[in-house]
Design a binder for this molecule. Structure first.
Ligand code: SF4
Length: 363
């Protein structure tokens, strides 16, 4: 059997059945029925690797702050990262910002309307460009995300759906009359019915054509990927405190948490090495020594491929500034109101624990 194609008649029936199901059962989400390409782009970028429930609490606020590409392009990167704070995968925010700036230089100052041109924009991969091209501009192009990959693997009983297979299969199924709705319907099916575990085949509109349901293999499709365990990394953090303010430094633009603000940190081999590493940072930033820094609570944070443990140490310094960082790389922020800087979740918790510690010590 050809594992990625249906006879034309079956294909038409599958499209009809899935779109009818989508029309009747689609979730009421703020970006449904949206026609503004920028708003569609924002929703699709936010939805990458992020749950709908999480995106719901950011989408409206983002559009309130950056209602159009012009406003986003003119914004400061710190403001952009701050609006994204807590959503994770901060590269997405920086790419959206860059995209707005690229579009500002285009003669029409609008998003391009074809898949091929959208792919040229920063961070717009196959999925996002396909989603925007089909939903906003009606182009007959697929948007193969993880949900689509799973649904297709089951529909065609494909144990190992490689990217080329998923792309070809998804492209062959797009309904030319309603490409945007089709892509959303497929994603919606994967999110609500054909879920990773325990797919609800009894309520599935495409069950008559589903090869894995017929063969009873739906729980095994696609075969689970072998994932390597996240790498464990340990960091010593120096929380330098001066009269109610703490020192933050900007992380390099590329790499983990690029462009975000954080406490000075150093990777260490084990917990026992963390205090001396933190003291070494104090020596570097202030040419100062400290025999007994105050230890704040250890924090754990999981990234996709990384499990980070932070050992923060609180030091009191007499003066602000730093001998180790240039002015545009550092910020002394008020512990009580650290506005204006985008902080990763773990660092914000450490900042809060430093504040609580100082308030507690003052009592
Ligand atoms: S019949 Fe079951 S396995 Fe097949 S697509 Fe529908 S929910 Fe998924």
């Amino acid at each position: 059997m050809n594992r990625n194609a249906l006879p034309l008649e079956a294909k038409i029936s599958v499209r009809r059945a899935l779109l009818a199901h989508y029309d009747a059962h689609k979730r009421d989400l703020p970006w449904r029925g949206e026609s503004d390409p920028y708003r569609i782009l924002v929703s699709e970028v936010m939805l990458q690797q992020t749950r709908v429930e999480t995106v719901l609490s950011y989408y409206g606020a983002w559009l309130g702050r950056f209602p159009d590409l012009e406003t986003l392009a003119a914004a400061d990167e710190d403001e952009v990262l701050q609006a994204w704070e807590g959503l994770g995968y901060y590269r997405r925010a920086r790419n959206l910002h860059r995209t707005a700036q690229v579009v500002r230089e285009r003669p029409a100052r609008t998003l391009p309307s074809t898949y091929a041109e959208l792919r040229e924009l920063p961070g717009l991969g196959e999925y996002t460009a396909g989603a925007v091209a089909s939903i906003a501009f009606g182009e007959t192009v697929a948007a193969p995300d993880g949900n689509v990959r799973r649904v297709l693997a089951r529909l065609f009983d494909e144990p190992d759906p490689k990217p080329a297979w998923t792309r070809a299969t998804a492209s062959g199924l797009v309904d030319p009359a309603r490409p945007g709705d089709w892509n959303q319907a497929l994603m919606e099916l994967g999110a609500t019915v054909c879920t990773p575990r325990s797919p609800r085949c009894g309520g599935c509109p495409v069950v008559p054509w589903c090869a894995s349901h017929a063969g009873g293999t739906q729980e095994d499709r696609p075969a689970p990927a072998r994932r390597s365990a996240p790498r464990r990394v340990l960091f010593a953090l120096a929380v330098l405190h001066c009269a109610g303010r703490v020192l933050l430094v900007r992380r390099p633009p590329e790499g983990l948490l690029g462009g975000m603000w954080a406490f000075p940190e150093a990777e260490v081999a084990d917990a026992a090495a963390s205090e001396s590493a933190a003291r070494a940072m104090l020596l570097t930033t202030h040419r100062a020594l400290c025999d007994a820094p105050e230890r704040l609570s250890t924090r754990e944070h999981r990234f996709t491929h990384l499990h980070a443990t932070y050992y923060p140490y609180l030091f009191h310094v007499e003066v602000e500034g730093s001998l180790a960082f240039d002015a545009d790389e550092l910020a002394w922020v008020d512990l009580a109101t650290p506005g204006g800087v985008a902080l990763p979740v773990a660092q914000r918790r450490i900042l809060e624990s430093a504040r609580e510690h100082l308030v507690g010590s003052a009592v």
